[in-house]
Design a protein around this ligand. Structure first.
Ligand code: SME
Length: 165
């Protein structure tokens, strides 16, 4: 049995240090991408307070022959399955290769509302050999929930997962 319950009193850097350690331990030597994303989505849900959605979108083939984001393992309400590159917060992260820290999703042009409760969002690309292969997406019902510390923690996590998902 794994027991990765964080202490609620942890500050953000220590919280992400422990989260990354748990993700490293759970995914090392495991080649199955879905299993690794499923466990990391569960860890995000345990370690990051005030979320209503935590999970993955991976780059995959679109029905018209190009590429788009396709829903991966997550915790939260059922979500949009396919997101075109460049669309919404996730599509912006995937297209630009840059972290998107959005304090107010209602002010983000093209934001895709999968859960009407979402007010702020953090999306970090996962880059393998110079190409975005997935994004990690966190949503919160609280406005301006995410900080640069959250972004830095998720970027470290993305680095750990780059060749494991
Ligand atoms: N809000 C995202 C869509 C994904 S859901 O939040 C799970 C976006 O604008 O890309």
């Amino acid at each position: 049995m794994y027991d990765f319950k964080p202490d609620p009193a942890l500050d953000a850097p220590e919280r992400y240090r422990q989260l990354c350690g748990a993700a490293e331990a759970l995914t090392t030597d495991e080649p199955d991408a879905v299993a690794n994303m499923a466990n990391v989505a569960a860890l995000l849900w345990e370690f990051v307070p005030d979320l209503n959605w935590a999970g993955f979108y991976r780059i995959g083939a679109s029905k018209s022959g190009g590429e788009e984001l396709i829903l991966g393992p997550f915790v939260g309400r059922p979500a949009c399955i396919r997101i075109p590159l460049g669309a919404g917060v996730c599509g912006a992260a995937a297209e630009s290769g840059e972290t998107q820290l959005v304090e107010d999703v209602h002010a983000f042009p093209g934001h895709i509302a999968c859960d009407a409760a979402s007010r702020s969002e953090l999306v970090v690309p996962v880059v393998r050999e110079g190409r975005v292969v997935a994004v990690i997406d966190l949503d919160s019902p609280e406005p301006a929930r995410f900080t640069r510390e959250d972004a830095a923690g998720l970027e470290r996590l993305a680095g750990i997962l780059a060749d494991r998902i």
